[in-house]
Design a protein around this ligand. Structure first.
Ligand SMILES: *Cc1c(COP(=O)(O)O)cnc(C)c1O
Length: 434
């Protein structure tokens, strides 16, 4: 479909985009989206894409999920906004009830709603500092927690997230992450003991307000810590009087085959941050946790104009209902059972694949120069490009840009998964032959 001047509709839009949108906001694709359904979307040029990214783990219930579409439509017709702090409404309360029920632990809980993941993380830190009266926040190598000033400080990677955006917020301390491929395969307990020793010597246990960790790291490279790492840190935080915060913004809401990734090791966080997959594509985020911690804050100390917007809350309730009714935890485990064996076959054929890892529908392969730990980001980029040329949306990530990650919508069919894997297989063959 050629538009004016011999350009395709996407090319036409890209020209307008370059003239109107800040260069600082980049685009991975140069195709512009028109509409989507389930695990596919169609661009304005009429080309169909298979989506292995879900808008970065957001549309877990699929594009245009019927319950979400209906709930959003009905809510917009009733009212779009009042500000919960001014004139409250039921759906905000209902989302908090769901969060309190679904998050790990049977203790008394409270929740508060926000707009973005970064905002949830900022608020979790505010709450932990207020509750403990302590300043220090402990974070990990390869962590990603957002792009606002405090969350840039919490995030590890300089380019592109932090470069020349400082000075950053203080009282943030970084310790080593358990990263089995790169730390010589340390036992989780040993890696945790090293991190804890560093906290005790360099920060001081009694100064720590919070230990903040992604149970499986997202942007940092889908790093799955060795078993025992999370439980040891959680136990240390409890003993030190610090708040253990699990950032489940990417891992939450059925992504890893359970409602929350902490549950795979029976870890019960004091606070948990959620966003991304919670609301089927609408912007919503939350902090959920122990009632005594959440309620320590004075009335009016938390909030915001849009936090827990009624349209986003309606979408969240519809998404959660979809996850329950369609058992999307089982769906995520099915994705793992279909994809992991195929990825292992791929790893046996391509020496650059140093690791196949992840859980549920949060899977990745890490690419290194064969036989070394030297990252191979060029190959990751070449494979991604070949996939995009074949109509499969895939994402890369990692501190070294050498991790190829898969986050398909949980409603994807086995046939669609197989088709995507065939494209990935061919893309590896093509990219390594170059
Ligand atoms: C995406 C992400 C964030 C930031 O969420 P935004 O909605 O982009 O602000 C924070 N933590 C983790 C683990 C994430 O994956």
């Amino acid at each position: 479909m050629a538009a004016g001047g011999g350009r395709t509709p996407s090319e036409e839009l890209h020209k307008r985009r370059t003239a109107a949108v800040s260069r600082g906001v980049s685009n991975m694709l140069t195709s512009y989206v028109d509409h989507g359904s389930g695990a596919t979307f169609t661009d304005v040029d009429g080309r169909e894409w298979l989506d292995f990214g879900s808008g970065i783990a957001v549309t877990s219930v699929g594009h245009a999920a019927p319950r979400v579409v209906e709930a959003v439509r009905a809510q917009v017709e009733r009212f779009a906004h009042t500000c919960f702090m001014v004139a409250p409404y039921e759906s905000y309360v209902a989302v908090c009830e769901q969060l309190n029920e679904l998050t790990p632990g049977t203790h008394d809980k409270r929740s508060a709603l926000f707009n973005s993941g970064a905002e949830a993380v900022e608020n979790a830190v505010k709450i932990a500092r207020h509750y403990t009266g302590r300043p220090a926040v402990v974070v990990f190598d390869h962590a990603y927690h957002g792009r606002t000033n405090l969350t840039m400080a919490l995030t590890a990677k300089n380019m592109p997230y932090k470069h020349r955006f400082g000075p950053f917020a203080g009282e943030v301390y970084r310790v080593p992450m358990s990263y089995p491929l790169r730390d010589g395969g340390l036992l989780g307990s040993v890696a945790a003991a090293q991190a804890i020793d560093m906290i005790e010597k360099q920060v001081g246990a009694s100064n720590v307000a919070a230990v903040l960790i992604e149970p499986i790291q997202g942007e940092g490279g889908f790093v799955v810590p060795a078993p025992g790492f999370l439980p040891a840190l959680s136990a240390w935080a409890t003993q030190a009087g610090a708040v253990f915060i699990a950032d489940e913004i990417q891992t939450g809401f059925c992504r890893t085959g359970d409602w929350f990734a902490c549950s795979h090791e029976s870890v019960v966080p004091d606070l948990i941050t959620t966003a991304k997959g919670i609301a089927g594509g609408l912007p919503l985020a939350a902090v959920t946790g122990r009632a005594e911690i959440m309620d320590a804050v004075h009335p009016g100390g938390l909030g915001g104009t849009y936090g827990g917007n009624p349209v986003a809350c309606a979408a969240a309730l519809a998404s959660i209902e979809t996850m329950r009714e369609e058992d999307l935890n089982a769906a995520a485990r099915r994705v793992e059972s279909v994809m992991v064996p195929r990825l292992r076959v791929l790893a046996a054929r391509h020496a650059a694949i140093a690791d196949v890892r992840g859980r549920g529908a949060m899977l990745a392969v890490e690419l290194n120069h064969p036989g070394t730990l030297t990252p191979h980001p060029e190959l990751a980029a070449a494979v991604a490009k070949a996939c995009h040329e074949a109509g499969l949306l895939v994402l890369t990530c990692g501190t070294y840009g050498n991790v190829f990650r898969f986050l398909p919508p949980l409603v994807i069919s086995d046939e669609q998964l197989g088709a995507g894997l065939d494209i990935i297989d061919a893309a590896f063959t093509e990219a390594t032959a170059r």
